[in-house]
Design a protein around this ligand. Structure first.
Ligand code: NAD
Length: 433
């Protein structure tokens, strides 16, 4: 099949590479010449494990083409995927301007008798109808189109695996021809195919992300109870999670959810709920707990009175195995620390360059190893649970620090072990040591 992806971000680029790897001819359309040139040379632009290899392999096989020319790519394609960003507006609504303007450009570029236009971007319920109206208004009369909603569920950090082994593939459309084409394209993808209507497909995506945010906020809410009552959050959640109706997965207390999806998608679902006249207080509470999780962490640091205000930060990305810092907890925490007059040594395996764009070097020194970060500081703050922090030589860490104090925002260490090593240890939902 010949297909096109508009947008080469975490979703567009990964899915394009995977579909090219399945043997399809795939065009990827961007709008920044410098990025398209880098992609053509096999530079993935973003950090995603395994992506560079997949990119190089499929460029070499001449199945994966990068271009600025939307017109030619669309004209040749049976399916066109929209995979551009849908960032939040000030009021929480999803900003659909990129999606809708791309839809208009697609309509004006159509050449095939029949083309499927499928939105992979996360969009509020009703958006695909808007896309359909734009396509119908702007396309040449004699050509036929069908709209389909194919929301994406990949996780950054395991995006290639997730795309090839999806928990489910959701295809929303009223066109049998479009559904048949999309089912055929997704044949090599493991995972149940759910064929449904446009509105349900759109809402499945928001329901999934909001449910995951609910689980994280609920774990954080319980951690507040634990800290004040003397209970241990890990024991409480481990035991609770053994109930098969509940499960333990994604119930991790810490600094709350971040990234380019959960924060914006919860806000967008609130906004959609308001437009539909629903009560949105439940989701607003989820957001509130997410903010409280970070404030609780900052409060512990302030209460400790770090006199020289020199700290190390380990982890800047919103989660491990990605360089994505969008809405990462590190942003609000570092912002607060800088306001409080702290000097920070920051280390992240891959996200430091992105973080520097927000916080240029100055009161933050970006260093090349976790050991360099802890050199002569009075506290270590763990903000992302990268594997390399989990089995680090803590004796060496202690020997380098001015004072052996750890604020662990991700509960990556066992308190008993940390205690034996002689650290003071403040984690989440567990008693301080
Ligand atoms: P991103 O910001 O990384 O990428 C968006 C891409 O769109 C960029 O490459 C940008 O240059 C490109 N773009 C914007 N306007 C364009 C235009 N006119 N022509 C060509 N390219 C254009 O975003 P992302 O993380 O890939 O997310 C894309 C969508 O998928 C969002 O709606 C997001 O909510 C959703 N999503 C993201 C993830 C994730 O983990 N990142 C997972 C599932 C769904």
């Amino acid at each position: 099949m010949t297909i096109t992806f508009i947008g080469h971000g975490y979703v567009g680029l990964v899915t394009a590479c995977v579909f090219a790897d399945f043997g399809n001819k795939v065009y990827v359309v961007g709008h920044t010449p410098e990025k398209i040139e880098r992609l053509k040379k096999g530079d993935p632009i973003i950090y995603e494990p395994g992506l560079k290899e997949l990119l190089e392999k499929n460029i070499k096989a001449k199945r994966l083409m990068f271009t600025l020319n939307l017109k030619n790519a669309v004209a040749e394609s049976e399916i066109v995927f929209i995979a551009v960003g849908t960032p939040p507006k000030e009021n929480g609504e999803a900003d659909l301007s990129m999606v809708l303007s791309v839809a208009e450009n697609i309509a004006k570029s159509l050449k095939n008798d029949f083309t499927v236009v499928s939105c992979k971007s996360t969009v509020p319920v009703g958006t695909n109808k808007q896309i359909e109206a734009i396509l119908l208004k702007n396309k040449p009369d004699k050509l036929k189109i069908a709209v389909a909603s194919c929301p994406e569920f990949l996780r950054e950090g395991t995006a290639i695996y997730d795309t090839m082994n999806a928990d489910r593939v959701v295809i929303g459309s009223t066109s049998k021809r479009a559904i048949d084409l999309l089912v055929k394209l997704h044949e090599p993808v493991c995972g149940k195919k759910i064929v449904t209507d446009l509105a349900s497909a759109e809402l499945i995506k928001y329901t999934s992300n909001s449910m995951l945010a609910v689980k994280i906020s609920f774990a954080n809410l319980i951690s507040f109870y634990c800290e004040k009552s003397g209970a241990d959050v890990e024991t409480v959640l481990n035991a609770t999670g053994l109930d098969k109706r509940i499960g333990r997965i994604f119930m991790d207390p810490g600094l709350g959810y971040g990234g380019s999806c959960f924060p914006k998608d919860v806000r967008a679902l609130i906004s959609v709920g308001k437009n539909l006249g629903n009560d949105t207080s439940y989701l607003e509470a989820v957001e509130k707990v997410n903010v409280l999780a970070r404030e609780n962490f900052i409060k512990k640091i302030r209460q400790h009175n770090i006199s020289d205000k020199k700290v190390a930060v380990w982890g800047l990305s919103f989660k491990p195995n990605t360089d994505d810092i969008r809405f990462a907890p590190s942003i609000s925490i570092v912002e607060q620390l800088l306001k409080d007059g702290f000097k920070i040594n920051a280390y992240d395996p891959v996200a430091a360059d992105n973080f520097k764009k927000l916080f240029p070097p100055g009161n933050i020194s970006y260093v090349d190893s976790p050991y360099d970060a802890v050199n002569n500081v009075s506290a270590l703050l763990i903000l992302t649970e990268w594997n390399e922090f989990k089995q680090i030589d803590l004796k060496k860490v202690k020997s380098l620090m001015k004072k052996p104090v750890i604020f662990d925002g991700r509960n990556i260490y066992t308190p008993e072990i940390i205690k034996k090593l002689g650290f003071r240890y403040f984690s989440t939902g567990r008693q301080p040591i």
